[in-house]
Design a protein. Structure first.
Length: 176
């Protein structure tokens, strides 16, 4: 096997990205503190043609040097919008007929491997603060809560990693 060089990757440019059919998925960041996590979410959103990112509460917005470090330009390709309160973002998404999915550990949560998205639905996933998780008020507004199965001694996964796991899972179930 030979590693491919950049020219062989057939990457699209920003205009092609903007005009591409998007995965019917919005990522909502609920009070994320880490600028590196925010940048990583942008980069993953670019990789899987995600519609948009909603940045809420204390979540920082581009342009920002620390976000750019991990986003590597994805803040230019992926559309985003800022909301003072996550609840306002969720209300907007509900009006636009998105199914609201909180990624959290709750009573009666659905394990990610048991979640089967409908190909004709639009979804929004909500990832919560690195310490407090998704706010209860937002969980109450959610249509479903998805939990990533975990088997080790820890009870949480970094939000940028959780985002990658969930986005890939939903993308693969919708697209393939």
């Amino acid at each position: 096997m030979r590693k491919l060089n950049t020219e062989e990757l057939n990457r699209i440019d920003i205009n092609e990205f903007k005009n591409s059919e998007k995965t019917p998925l919005v990522i909502v960041l609920d009070n994320i503190r880490s600028l590196n996590n925010i940048g990583s979410v942008f980069r993953t959103a670019d990789a899987f043609l995600i519609e948009k990112i909603f940045l809420c509460g204390i979540t920082a917005t581009p342009p920002h040097r620390e976000i750019h470090k991990t986003a590597l330009g994805a803040t230019e390709s992926v559309d985003w919008e800022y909301f003072n309160e996550t609840k306002l973002a969720v209300e907007k998404l509900k009006k636009e007929n998105y199914k609201i999915i909180s990624i959290e550990q709750t009573e009666n949560s659905t394990m990610l491997n048991d979640f089967h998205p409908a190909k004709d639905e639009k979804y929004a996933i909500i990832l919560g603060n690195e310490v407090k998780g998704v706010e209860q008020e937002i969980i109450d507004l959610s249509d479903i809560v998805i939990e990533i199965p975990q088997f080790g001694t820890k009870h949480s996964i970094n939000i940028s990693v959780a985002n990658g796991v969930v986005v890939w899972d939903i993308f693969s179930k919708i697209r393939f």
